[in-house]
Ligand binder design. Structure first.
Ligand code: C2O
Ligand code: CU
Length: 485
């Protein structure tokens, strides 16, 4: 329940996303589909902080929602797919009165935020039973980077299922980056990418055992809970798109028809300058922030999802469990319409400076693989072990810098995510990484060795690192990390 007497307001976001094409999930568009105005209920609500406080009620519950024109029974925060967007500023206090009205225990992880890891903050060891409440409260440090973060459940064993049910929303920190005049002038839009699997009555379909091994994917792709929405680029021909992959396993290989992206940030952190790219691979958990420039004449760009092969469980051959995302046809995710009359805004030249990190005090190795476990069949392992909640797999000291070598010796790609602290990629397969960037999730392809460097500057406590193909995480590819003062 939203308490309207609180000071922050609920704004209805993305007013320009006023239309959705209903019922055509695929590239082949059916002629019968009509653009249909959305009711305001279909727009993602936004909660913004005011006077240094972001406070809201958040309830996890199963709800009937309109998913791209089709009725679906999904797991929601406040009845919304995607969940409400939260917006705060560095220095703000965040207070979320959370109620779990699911039939399972749950909790909330604030993915990418650099906030305390213990107490009622970004603490994935909390367990909120059905019918119970918990108030999350934390402060966003005044030097916190501005960027696109997100929140989702993180109770080990249930993470994939609860995200596949729909529980995910954006958490925006607005700050310095947003004050850059060119970015301020651009039209800002938000795309939350999710996939779902429904039976013919709109109920969530069960995932087969083998699809859990591969990482479950649904045949319905929703963008902000809609099928193939249209964005009308109104002002200045410059669009800022913040994109989140909130799917449990699906990778999105994004491209714009007839245009490039100007990428300004990866995960929550900005680059030092925009980088022109033709394609963007977004693994589960990752975010990207891009600018799109309209061309001179009126027209439309289609945002495509291109095929990507993230590997397969080799011994079973191709078939059902292999090559899941390797359908031959690109899928249209959204459309961007623009008019010729607009006067084109310019791209920014400088964003936020990034400092390279000093040499590490410690170097560790993490081997990612899968193997057999008597209890569950196939298990997903880090350094040969499945997750054990009572063990401390890795212990580090505050005020140190570490290099982690992430080595994928398996046959599937694994996007590796670390809670609480961002890192820089140093090299891939021994080749130095030239692009200086902060990330919280990095893809380690099958056969690949990725070296990352990470400072532990503040926030002692226990947290986790894991594969963000969430079935792999639930099946054991996670470790506990103790950061000691
Ligand atoms: Cu978005 Cu530990 O995850
Ligand atoms: Cu994985």
């Amino acid at each position: 329940m939203v308490k309207l007497n609180r000071r922050q307001f609920i704004a209805l976001g993305t007013a320009s996303m006023g239309t959705a094409l209903v019922g055509n999930w695929l590239y082949q568009e059916k002629k019968s589909s009509q653009p249909k105005p959305l009711s305001s209920a279909n727009l993602t609500p936004v909660y913004q902080s005011s006077n240094g406080l972001l406070e809201l009620d958040l309830e996890a519950r199963e709800s009937l929602v309109n998913l791209g024109g089709q009725q679906a029974s999904l797991l929601t925060y406040n009845g919304q797919i995607p969940a409400p967007r939260l917006e705060a500023k560095p220095g703000d206090t965040v207070r979320i009165h959370f109620t779990n009205n699911l039939e399972q225990p749950t909790n909330i992880h604030y993915h990418g935020l650099h906030i305390p890891l213990v107490g009622n903050a970004d603490n994935v060891f909390l367990k909120i039973e059905p019918g119970k409440q918990l108030t999350y409260e934390f402060q966003i440090a005044s030097n916190h980077p501005s960027g696109t973060f997100w929140y989702h459940p993180h109770l080990h064993g249930l993470v994939a299922e609860q995200l596949f049910g729909g529980l995910a929303g954006m958490f925006i920190v607005r700050g310095e980056l947003d004050e850059i005049p060119e970015l301020k002038a651009a039209q800002e839009e938000f795309l939350v990418l999710q996939d779902f699997s429904l039976d013919n009555r709109g109920k969530r379909a069960d995932s087969a055992h083998m699809s859990l091994m591969m990482g479950r994917e649904g045949d319905i792709i929703a963008v902000n809970g809609q099928a193939n929405p249209s964005i009308n680029l109104l002002k200045g021909g410059l669009l800022r798109l913040r994109i989140l992959n909130a799917s449990p396993s699906r990778f999105y290989r994004l491209a714009l028809e007839d245009s490039a992206f100007y990428q300004i940030a990866t995960d929550g952190n900005s680059f030092s300058e925009p980088i022109e790219v033709n394609e963007l691979l977004l693994t589960p958990g990752q975010r990207t922030d891009v600018l799109v420039k309209a061309s001179q004449e009126s027209g439309q760009y289609r945002l495509l999802n291109l095929p990507y092969d993230r590997g397969s469980i080799g011994m079973m051959g191709g078939g059902m469990m292999g090559r899941r995302n390797n359908s031959d046809t690109p899928i249209v995710l959204a459309k961007i319409n623009y008019k010729s009359t607009v006067e084109s805004l310019t791209l920014p030249t400088k964003l936020a400076p990034i400092e390279p990190l000093p040499e590490p005090q410690t170097v560790r190795r993490f081997e990612l693989n899968h193997g057999m476990n008597p209890a569950v069949g196939m298990a997903f392992l880090i350094n040969g072990e499945p997750y054990d909640r009572d063990r401390l797999h890795t212990q580090v000291q505050l005020n140190t810098i570490e290099d982690w070598e992430l080595i994928n010796i398996g046959v599937m790609d694994h996007p590796f995510h670390i809670h609480g602290n961002a890192f820089q990629v140093i090299s891939r397969n021994g080749i130095p990484e030239l692009l200086l960037a902060w990330r919280d999730t990095v893809l380690v392809k099958r056969g690949e060795r990725v070296r990352i460097r990470m400072p532990f500057r503040d926030f002692a406590g226990k947290t986790v690192y894991h594969c963000h193909v969430l079935d792999h995480e639930d099946l054991g590819m996670m470790g506990n990390l103790m950061i000691s003062a």
